[in-house]
Design a protein around this ligand. Structure first.
Ligand SMILES: Cc1ncc(COP(=O)(O)OP(=O)(O)O)c(N)n1
Ligand SMILES: Cc1ncsc1CCOP(=O)(O)O
Ligand SMILES: [Mg+2]
Length: 221
């Protein structure tokens, strides 16, 4: 990836909000609208786990959320479901170690954004070789949002990836809030990805603002 595209992707990853209908206690569309007002920079549609919508309902919700993102120039990424991403002409796809291989997905999606989860250096290096544009690294802190999440590993893994010369855009994920976001950036991430810190916040707008402020302060320190 060219340096300028890498730099602009790093900016887009600063406050990366992930959400499905079952992560909210109210209308996902309202939650996303407030999160956008608060300053999120990227959005991932992740409809999975207990209470997830049927395929048909997922498509309808994704369409609405995507339209809102488009209106505000927020990149819209689909989790796991490459076919849905292609059907929607989404801006990108995020896949993990248990999903389709990154090089196979890269061939299917052309130059759309490809995010890959990595839990350690070896997975990170392989994801880069297979064509990832950015990495989602974690869980950094304990999370109860993802049922099958691995154990929290702290920020050391981010530092290790940078010490080994990886320059790819990276977001930390798992248990991140405005109170611990600075540690994630200080360890080498370009941004933070969060679900519950925004989706369950009394004010998704304020929560997004606080996260954006913490990230921006940490990047300038
Ligand atoms: C930005 C980001 N990072 C990591 C993940 C987790 O992906 P995965 O390991 O495939 O787990 P599921 O989200 O599919 O349950 C993510 N979605 N986004
Ligand atoms: C999808 C995912 N992948 C690793 S942890 C996680 C859940 C993050 O949710 P939260 O921000 O609520 O801890
Ligand atoms: Mg996945």
């Amino acid at each position: 990836m060219a340096q300028t595209s890498m730099d602009s992707l790093k900016e887009q990853l600063r406050v990366y909000f992930i959400m499905g209908s079952n992560n909210c206690e109210r209308s996902p569309l309202e939650v996303l609208a407030e999160a956008i007002e608060g300053g999120i920079t990227m959005f991932q549609f992740r409809e999975k786990g207990k209470g997830a919508l049927s395929k048909k309902e997922q498509y309808a919700l994704a369409k609405e959320l995507q339209a809102l993102c488009r209106k505000h120039h927020i990149p819209f990424i689909v989790n796991d479901d490459v076919e849905l991403a292609l059907e929607l002409d989404a801006d990108g796809v995020h896949i993990g170690q248990d999903d389709e291989r990154a090089d196979v997905v890269r061939k299917k999606i052309g130059n759309k954004i490809l995010g890959v989860s990595a839990h350690n250096l070896a997975e990170a290096k392989r994801a880069i070789e297979q064509g990832a544009d950015y990495l989602g690294v974690g869980p950094i802190f304990p999370t109860s949002t993802k049922e099958d999440a691995k154990a929290a590993q702290g920020t050391a893994v981010l530092r290790l990836m940078r010490e080994h010369g990886l320059s790819i855009p990276i977001v930390g994920i798992g248990g991140i809030t405005a109170n611990n976001a600075k540690k994630v950036i200080a360890a080498g991430a370009d941004g933070v990805s969060v679900i519950s810190a925004i989706s369950l916040a009394p004010s998704p707008k304020k929560s997004a603002e606080w996260l954006a402020r913490a990230v921006s302060e940490a990047l300038n320190e």
